[in-house]
Design a protein around this ligand. Structure first.
Ligand code: F0G
Length: 462
């Protein structure tokens, strides 16, 4: 008889970092001081930190050992070549430009491909990705499936590109005005939702017939590959590593934040297939990041990322990583808390609009809910709604996306199931007390990527 067993982490813990619960009075002072913005809290004042899965990973003993092999040469570090090998082997891009993190790669890519007046479609926006497109003079267009904007839709691949929307845009502006499409896998702001391999293939076929490049945001592509393996017909026998490679085959290039999938604390890269584009990117990397063989990273960082890439595609790793996210998500669903369905890869997204139904969008319900969660429990989450969406660069008006979410983002290999139980209880408590949560208004609003540094006060106080 075979028994079905639970997933378990494919590691044991060798080093621990103490964390401390604060008092309610301390948290009240901290959140007020932070202008009700969880980005402005000190990490030492946080109990369980679910702000982001970016750079918050725990490295393995192999990666720490790799750090000692850092070759800190200015030029031609051996760690650069180890990274190049890993990117070629697992992502398949022949040309590698290392960058300090994902947005460094987005910056270079936007600068080499965009001419002012261009149009760049994408499967929903990501904050830094869109800002670099806009700073380079392009207009972003969302061409994701409608289902992605509906937190209750159970569509298994909400990250898919809607080819009719893409075609309508290309017909309207002309293919020569569309230098590339940026396809994110998984789609962060849709709730960590995956893209289907067959959809990627159709997008590539459509775009390549019109000389439009396909750029993959590969930041969480390994997690996306796991969803393809689990959900896409005919893909179950393929390894996550093989699926990742098939996904990348659809793309002419990729921007990557290694701080997510690749299990490191810093690092990113731009991968390209075209030699002359790679040359253009190398000309720019020396201006903005560092020499083309380190791109703003220490040699040891590149080594850790090269090892992290190999670890990231191991089946037992990815199954337990997403298993933990789904454990938390299912417990919240069981507690009756509205969350984005189906559960995504890197985070559980609370549907703040459905939780704080009383608060108008102008009072930023997701920002208010994230602040309330910290106040109640010391758990730090992140707003992903109207504050993150910013203002329309042309009209200056607030953008109100359909999704008004709070993201409980799970760092990789950092917290245990017991932490997830405490998070569930904390969220359930705020949910029970939701009638008391006050709306917020800006006291300071930065011009670009405002969510990072904005400050607020409760509406009704002044
Ligand atoms: N693309 C996606 C899909 C991302 O989620 C991020 C970062 C980036 C690009 C930019 O990479 O931070 O290394 O410059 N997301 C972080 C987050 C900030 O918390 O979701 P970066």
């Amino acid at each position: 008889m075979t028994h079905r067993r639970s997933w378990a982490e494919p590691w044991k813990i060798k080093v621990v970092e103490p964390i401390r619960m604060t008092t309610a009075a301390e948290r009240e002072a901290h959140i007020r001081e932070a202008g009700y913005n969880t980005f402005l809290l000190r990490s030492a004042d946080v109990y369980i930190d679910l702000l982001t899965d970016s750079g918050t990973n725990a490295m393995s003993d192999r990666q720490w050992a790799g750090m000692m092999l850092g070759d800190e040469a200015y030029a031609g570090s051996r760690n650069y070549y180890a990274l190049e090998d890993a990117v070629r082997e697992f992502y398949g891009f022949p040309y590698l430009i290392p960058t300090h993190q994902g947005r460094g790669a987005e910056h270079l890519l936007s600068k080499i491909l965009i001419t002012p007046g261009d149009h760049v479609p994408g499967n929903m926006y990501f904050t830094t990705t869109r800002v670099h497109q806009e700073l380079a003079g392009a207009t972003f267009h969302d061409v994701i499936l409608d289902e992605a904007h509906d937190p209750a839709s159970e569509h298994p691949f909400k990250g898919d590109v809607d080819l009719d929307k893409l075609d309508a845009l290309v017909r309207e502006v002309g293919a020569e005005q569309v230098p590339y499409i940026s396809v994110a896998a998984t789609v962060n702001l849709a709730g960590g939702q995956p893209v289907q391999l067959s959809n990627l293939r159709r997008v590539a076929e459509y775009c390549h017939a019109r000389k439009i490049r396909v750029i993959l945001d590969a930041t969480r592509a390994v997690e996306n590959a796991w969803f393809i393996q689990q959900r896409e017909p005919g893909m179950h026998q393929h390894s996550v590593a093989a699926i990742l490679k098939l996904m990348c085959e659809c793309a002419d290039g990729a921007t990557m934040s290694g701080k997510k999938d690749s299990l490191v604390n810093i690092g990113g890269w731009l991968g390209l297939r075209d030699a002359s584009l790679a040359e253009a990117a190398r000309e720019l990397v020396v201006v903005f990041e560092g020499l083309h063989t380190y791109g703003g990273l220490a040699g040891r960082d590149m080594e850790a990322m090269a090892i992290g890439i190999r670890e990231s595609v191991e089946e037992s790793h990815i199954a337990s990583r997403i298993g933990q996210v789904h454990y938390l998500g299912q417990r919240l669903i069981d507690a009756g808390v509205p969350v984005v369905r189906p559960l995504g890869g890197h985070a559980v997204f609370l549907d703040a609009a459905a939780i704080l139904t009383r608060l108008p969008r102008e009072q930023f319900p997701a920002q208010a809910l994230a602040a309330a969660l910290y106040l109640e429990s010391g758990v730090r989450a992140m707003e992903r709604g109207a504050v993150s969406a910013g203002r329309d660069p042309k009209t200056g008006e607030n953008r109100y996306p359909a999704l008004e979410l709070v993201r409980l983002t799970i760092p990789r290999r950092v917290y245990t199931q017991a932490h997830m139980d405490v998070v569930t209880e904390s969220v359930a408590e705020v949910f029970a007390l939701r009638a008391r949560v006050q709306g917020l208004r800006f006291t300071y609003e930065p011009n670009v990527l405002r969510f990072f540094q904005a400050r607020f006060e409760p509406v009704g106080e002044s």
